[in-house]
Design a protein around this ligand. Sequence first.
Ligand code: I24
Ligand code: DGL
Length: 274
Amino acid sequence: MDNRPIGFLDSGVGGLTVVRELMRQLPHEQVVYIGDSARAPYGPRPAEQIKTYTWELVNFLRKQDVKMIVLACNTATAVVWEDIKSQLDIPVIGVIMPGASAAIKATRTGKIGIIGTPMTVQSDIYREKITSLAPQSQVESLACPAFVPIVESNQMNSPLAKKAVYETLAPLVGQVDTLILGCTHYPLLRPIIQNVMGQEVALVDSGAESVRDISVLLNYFGINRDPRQPAQGHRFYTTGGADSFAHIAGNWLPDVPFTVNHIDLVASLDEVTV
Ligand code: I24
Ligand code: DGL
C-alpha cells in the first residue's frame, strides 16, 4: 500500500479528461494535478519549449511527494516522456503507449488513424510505437489544429464544430477501421467524430486507456491507496486563474471534494533541489 497521491500534469485543463477516468476507474486514489493554463496550448509550440515547460511541471509534482507521475497530455508525452521516464525513480506514465497498444488490439484491417495537435503529429511518435509493436500496420496521421479552440470556446456541440470535424477528417473517412483520439480535448468531440468516421470505426480514447495502465502498475508495484484510509481531497494547481479552472473542474468531475490554487511555477521552483 502507498497512500501518497498520484501526480498529473497537463498543458492546461484538458488533462481533466484523464482525471475523470481515474475517478471512475480508481475512485479511492488521490490526485494532485498541475495545469499550465498560463502557457497553454502546447500543441503549436516548438519542441524545446514544451520540454522545458513539462520538466518544470514534473519538478513541481516531485515536490508534492507523489508516488507516480502521469503525463496527461499527448503533446508533452510525444516530446519528453522517454526523457522523464529515464530520469525519475517513480513510475512515469504517458498517454501514447496505452493508446497505441489499444489501437493494435482494436483494429481488424491494420489500418489505424491517429489525430492530435500539430506537435503530436509532427513527432510521429504514435506511428513509431504502433509499428514497433505491429510492423504490418498502416498508420495515417492527421493534425487537427481547429479542434482544441472549438472545445475551449465551448462550441463542441455547435454547427461550426460539425463542419470543422467533417472537413478536417475527410481524408481519413473510409481509410481506417480504428481512430486514436490522440489529444486530451477530443473526447469532448467524440459523438461528432464517431458520426463523421462512421459507426463501424473504433475510437480509442488514449486517456481512458492510460488509466487502465495506471491500475496495472499500481497492482504490479503494490502501491494502491488503502481504501480504508479516510478520503483526502484532490488538489489542483494552475498557472492560470484558479476560479476559471475550478469552474471547468466543477462542471466536469464527479461530485468529490477538491481545492484549486493558483501557482507561480518559476517562483515555486526556486525552493526545489533537483
Ligand atoms: N474546455 C477546455 N478549456 C477551456 C473548456 C474551456 N472553456 C470552456 N470549456 N478553456 O478544455 C481553456 C482556457 N481556460 C482554462 C481555465 O483557465 C482559464 C483559461 C477541455 C476541458 C476538458 C475537461 C468547455 C467545457 C466546460 C466544462 C467542462 C468541459 C468542457 F466549460 F469542455
Ligand atoms: N493537452 C494537449 C494534448 O493532449 C492539448 C492542448 C494543448 O495543445 O496544449 O495534446
